[in-house]
Ligand binder design. Structure first.
Ligand code: DOR
Ligand code: ZN
Ligand code: ZN
Length: 449
């Protein structure tokens, strides 16, 4: 069979090994990964100059915004930022305006996205109270559900344990995971109220309110609710070792749980507020150096399943307000995640295998993104080519994201994505988005089979 494209002169990460090989692509799929002599003839050849081809990264925690929040980010700019960062698929969070929480709001987002996306996009939905709606939104193509325990997103009462269990069980029957932002809103509110009456308006007060205990309490609550349920719970952006210990224990006693950490919780501490101010503000907040080291230890001990960006763009005006209580929390992360992680590989903190497992293989397995996450015959040709030796400096002013700031701005990195292929198409070359039209597809449990 004649291929459309052959990527040659490459090092290919496949089946846990780096091989001197090439990749043959046809109709957006990988049809062969093999030594060059064994590859089919192709219409087109792309020389990778000995660089490393990895499975395209899957970022399971992204806020693409658009609709009434298009001033912060839209489907085009968000997916452009993804492919520049070497990310070929993203899962979009539901706290939008309007909220993604039923089949019609999801359909609306799919219709908008499919006209412009450069990367593949799958969607989370918030929960509706009605079981029928939960089923319908899953049928419409939701990859997963999301529950925020910090504030009401969707119409499920987050203070009602029984209602939560009912929704989790409905998701479980549909075979759909449930992601949780685990922070206890009552703890946060009582401390925040107290700090506000004292007139405290700085990041210190915010960190006091968003204490690790709020996370631990919320994780413990969800694990208690789901103890006898077969629901799959995925804990987003875990930021404390206490919460991790609980998750580990639950996993050992048979609960279906997984968890993620972000690059900012692995690489930044609250010391950064002195220089960065509220640009660093995110929820949950970055913590102490001790916690940061504990999170790395957990990554190395394979207690963390996924690294995800929690790309949460806001306008600069929304970040630059005086009182911390009025700042929008969130950090743009799509364009920095992979260079930061590859830099840590070059520094010997962990391996390329770890990066691939945490950012491609496990995301594909946990969120059932079949034909994704691996460079294998018959898989979708989502491929990230990296130059492990290339040095660069992060420059937020050049981000494709509308959020042109970053707590990592001006950081030196070594190891950068240089080419991104989405469904067989070269969409990013040397840091530039070259795709003109749509290159990504809408991921759904059904069509990603
Ligand atoms: O920092 C955050 N930003 N945490 C959240 O839970 C929401 C997110 C956002 O949407 O901006
Ligand atoms: Zn969150
Ligand atoms: Zn988020």
């Amino acid at each position: 069979m004649r291929a459309d494209t052959v990527l040659h002169n490459a090092k290919v990460y496949t089946k846990g090994e780096v091989l001197d090989a090439g990749i043959a692509i046809k109709n957006g799929r990988i049809i062969e990964v093999a030594k060059e002599a064994h590859l089919p003839v192709a219409e087109d050849y792309i020389d990778l100059n000995g660089c490393l081809a990895l499975p395209g990264l899957i970022d399971v925690h992204v806020h693409l915004r658009d609709q009434l929040q298009a001033y912060k980010e839209d489907f085009r700019t968000g997916t452009a930022a993804a492919v520049v960062g070497g990310i070929t698929s993203v899962l979009d969070m539901p706290n939008n305006q309007p909220i993604t929480m039923d089949s019609s709001s999801l359909r609306e987002r799919i219709l908008l996205a499919q006209q412009v996306v450069v990367a593949n996009v799958g969607f989370y939905s918030a929960f509706s109270q009605k079981t029928d709606e939960i089923e319908e939104v899953a049928r419409e193509g939701a990859i997963a559900f999301k529950v925020y325990l910090t504030s009401q997103v969707g119409d499920l009462d987050i203070d009602d344990d029984e209602a939560l269990l009912h929704a989790f069980n409905a998701a479980s029957r549909l075979g759909v995971p449930v992601a949780v932002h685990a922070e206890d809103r009552k703890i946060i509110k009582s401390i925040a109220d107290h700090e506000q009456t004292l007139g405290h308006e700085t990041s210190d007060a915010y960190q006091k309110a968003h204490t690790p205990e709020a996370e631990t309490k919320a994780v413990a609550r969800i694990l208690r609710i789901t103890r006898n349920s077969s629901a799959h719970i995925h804990f987003c952006h875990i930021s404390s070792s206490q919460a991790l210990t609980l998750i580990q224990k639950a996993a050992k006693s048979g609960s279906r749980v997984s968890c993620e950490v972000t690059p900012h919780h692995l690489l930044l501490t609250s010391q950064g507020f002195k220089q960065q101010g509220n640009l660093l503000l995110t929820d949950p907040p970055v913590r102490s150096r001790k916690t940061m080291i504990e999170l790395w230890e957990a990554v190395k001990a394979r207690q963390i399943d996924i690294i995800a960006s929690d790309h949460a763009p806001h306008s600069i005006d929304e970040k630059m307000v005086d009182s911390v209580w009025n700042v929008k929390p969130g950090i743009p992360g799509l364009e920095t995640l992979l260079p930061l992680l590859l830099t840590k590989v070059n520094e010997g903190w962990f391996s390329v295998n770890d990066v691939v497992r945490l950012t491609a293989e496990n995301p594909a397995k946990i969120f059932h993104l079949n034909q994704n996450g691996f460079l294998r015959k018959d898989y979708d040709a989502n491929i990230t080519v990296v130059d492990m030796r290339r040095k660069s400096k992060i420059d937020a002013s050049h981000f494709y994201s509308k959020a042109k700031y970053s707590p990592f701005d001006k950081w030196d990195v070594k190891g950068v994505p240089i080419k991104t292929f989405v469904n067989g198409k070269l969409v990013m070359d040397e840091g530039e988005v070259i795709a003109k039209g749509v290159a990504g597809k809408i991921l759904s449990p059904a069509n990603s089979n």
